[in-house]
Design a protein around this ligand. Structure first.
Ligand code: SF4
Length: 334
């Protein structure tokens, strides 16, 4: 597989939650892709739909949630049309591994790391117990755990949060996955450990060539290791592009504010502030969902949802002002 091949392609994904109070439009027409051998980030506030999108990709949405429409093509197969048994057997936790904010929710508290890791390896590679154990030790060493023998003998609760997360990454390595989805993997960790885990994910990704989808509310985390970034807000993708495009020349008013509000990217005395709050998606605003908080909103913004349009190679933006500017530039150029 070459570097530019698309490994995961999400198109027009819409997921709603049908509650007794009404329909929560959590994810609407979301589209982004991940190529082989790259790290893609999704950044957005809590409630932006970034986690619901990946839960939908993995077909983990349960009632009252419902995937309304969309296509999710993973290595040429549409995951939306695969039987649940196939997803469970071949995709979830196999071809696509996941790590979450709380590794304890994925590790079984009653079994040692040895049992959990070697079971996975035996299942995937048909090795005997001793061979699987050797492979487990190699995987633990690959995630820079200092004493793999000692770690194997422990139960999950005997490890620190950072060590548990390293075990989860070792588990993904053991599965030979081609995509690792990391949903807020460092949020519960100390700052110094956060950086170590991010560096580890990046170095393993480079070494093994798998792809990573990193989800975080923290733009600093996303920008630290991602090649491309998607900005989500209130269930929509507002901007997608390379890290350089997003961080150095964001086009969407929300992305501009987001970047301007992070001390890593803006001088402290000029930090941008958001007015208002992310909307309750039970009462999602019509048109551009950012319009109640946007300083540049016009009448059209309250009426029509802006389309995600290409403004430069590999750089897309969903904003009426940006679309109008692009149309004007194109007209002048023709
Ligand atoms: Fe602001 Fe309108 Fe652009 Fe939305 S579409 S970000 S409201 S200018």
């Amino acid at each position: 597989m070459t570097e530019q091949q698309t490994i995961l392609d999400i198109k027009d994904l819409t997921t709603h939650f049908i509650t007794y109070r009404g329909v929560v439009k959590a994810v609407e027409n979301v589209a982004y892709d991940i190529r082989a051998n790259e790290v893609v980030g999704v950044v957005g506030e809590t409630g932006s739909g970034k986690s619901v999108t990946v839960m939908s990709v993995l077909r983990l949405i349960r009632p009252p949630g419902k995937i309304i429409s969309g296509r999710v093509v993973f290595r040429g197969e549409d995951l939306m049309s695969l039987p649940e048994a196939e997803i469970r057997k071949r995709i979830r936790g196999r071809e696509i591994s996941m790590i979450f904010q709380k590794p304890m929710s994925s590790l079984n508290p009653v079994f040692t790391i040895d049992r959990q890791l070697t079971d996975v390896i035996r299942l995937h590679f048909g090795l005997d117990r001793e061979q699987a154990r050797q492979r487990a030790l190699e995987n633990l060493a690959a995630v820079s755990l200092p004493d793999p023998e000692e770690v194997l003998a422990k139960y999950p609760h005997e490890l620190s949060g950072g060590m548990q997360q390293r075990v989860m990454i070792a588990m993904a390595l053991a599965c030979g996955s081609s995509l690792l989805i990391a949903d807020e993997p460092t949020t519960a960790l100390d700052v110094s450990v956060q950086l170590q885990i991010l560096k580890l994910i990046k170095s393993i990704q480079r070494r093994t060539g798998f792809s990573v989808l990193l989800i975080s509310h923290d733009l600093g985390v996303i920008a630290s290791i991602c090649d491309r970034i998607n900005v989500m807000y209130a269930g929509h993708v507002l901007e997608s592009g390379s890290k350089a495009a997003l961080v150095e020349s964001p086009q969407h008013p929300y992305s501009q504010k987001l970047i301007g509000s992070v001390p890593d990217f803006a001088p402290r005395e000029k930090l941008a502030q958001f007015k208002g709050e992310i909307p309750d998606l039970l009462f999602a605003p019509e048109g551009c969902r950012f319009h109640p908080r946007c300083d540049r909103a016009e009448a059209v913004c309250r009426r029509e949802v802006p389309e995600l349009i290409e403004v430069a190679p590999d750089h897309k933006v969903a904003c009426h002002l940006v679309t109008a500017l692009k149309n004007k530039t194109t007209a002048l150029g023709t």
